[in-house]
Design a protein around this ligand. Structure first.
Ligand SMILES: [Zn+2]
Length: 287
């Protein structure tokens, strides 16, 4: 499932290749991808318009439309945004297509392209709406927690968010109402780098250890964005050009159950499954 670094990589692709270009036509195949507002709202809301910005909050992509509307895209489990020439074969499960007119702002924009929303499992969404209705259409946006790469995020912020929480630290990191954008991959990597075991109660962490956690959140996410995100065999995440990220090469625990710990070299990575979610950690490095 794409997390903050993957969504940020897609956002950057949309910003450089899509913002400012006229959307000459829109087709919607699978209604489920536009279930929140319906096919007509997406087609009429985008045809003849252009995107004027591409922003991100947590795992949500939010684009301003020249009409004053907004477009929100959430990739959920398997969503992808691909920007390809029209003669490039459309992959199976392409549910929404925006045809982008050529413009003069760069050599990669001087031909017609298709913006393709591809989503085999169809949990993802494309929503076009009037910002006045945002709280009604997308109530979850207002409830999102701190975005560690956008909002002011220092040691005091994390300390104040977590120090009284008598819950295991990992589910708190995954809770989008607390910190927005972290999923299973980056939670495991962040906790390993922090030296914190996944089930430690947040309220039991010293201020110093919480500061180390804050630093690891910022560092791991920033490094993963620089690497274009993580592409795993099962999730098929790719950027808008269809290229894989490479942060998976730097994973120290995620997906490495049973393999030697790269940090201490003294034991193998433990994998446990709790509430249907796997967690990988080192029993020596993380306490
Ligand atoms: Zn270790």
């Amino acid at each position: 499932m794409p997390e903050l670094p993957e969504v940020e990589t897609v956002r950057r692709g949309i910003e450089s290749l899509v913002v400012g270009r006229t959307i000459s036509s829109v087709t919607v195949g699978r209604e489920r991808s536009v279930r929140r507002v319906g096919r007509e709202a997406v087609i009429h809301g985008l045809t003849g318009m252009s995107l004027t910005s591409a922003r991100r909050r947590g795992k949500y992509l939010i684009c301003d439309v020249s009409s004053g509307d907004r477009m929100m895209i959430h990739l959920r489990m398997s969503g992808r945004v691909l920007i390809h020439p029209p003669n490039h074969p459309r992959p199976p499960h392409t549910h929404v297509v925006l045809t982008l007119e050529a413009d003069q702002h760069g050599e990669r924009r001087d031909h017609t392209h298709e913006f393709r929303f591809v989503d085999p499992r169809t949990f993802g969404e494309v929503v076009v709406y009037d910002p006045v209705d945002e709280r009604e259409v997308l109530p979850e946006l207002a409830r999102l927690g701190i975005d560690p790469l956008i909002d002011h995020f220092d040691d005091d912020v994390l300390w104040n968010l977590l120090r009284t929480r008598r819950h295991a630290i990992k589910p708190l990191l995954l809770d989008q109402h607390v910190v927005a954008g972290i999923g299973n991959i980056y939670a495991d990597e962040i906790l390993h780098r922090s030296g914190i075991k996944w089930d430690r109660l947040a309220s039991s962490l010293s201020r110093q250890r919480m500061a180390r956690l804050r630093q690891s959140i910022s560092d791991v996410l920033t490094e993963a964005v620089a690497a274009g995100g993580s592409t795993l065999q099962d999730t098929q995440y790719v950027d808008v050009d269809g290229e894989a990220g490479w942060f998976q090469l730097d994973h120290r625990v995620y997906g490495r159950g049973g393999l030697p710990c790269l940090t201490c070299g003294k034991t193998s990575i433990t994998r446990v499954v709790s509430n249907g979610r796997s967690t990988c950690f080192c029993r020596i490095c993380q306490r």
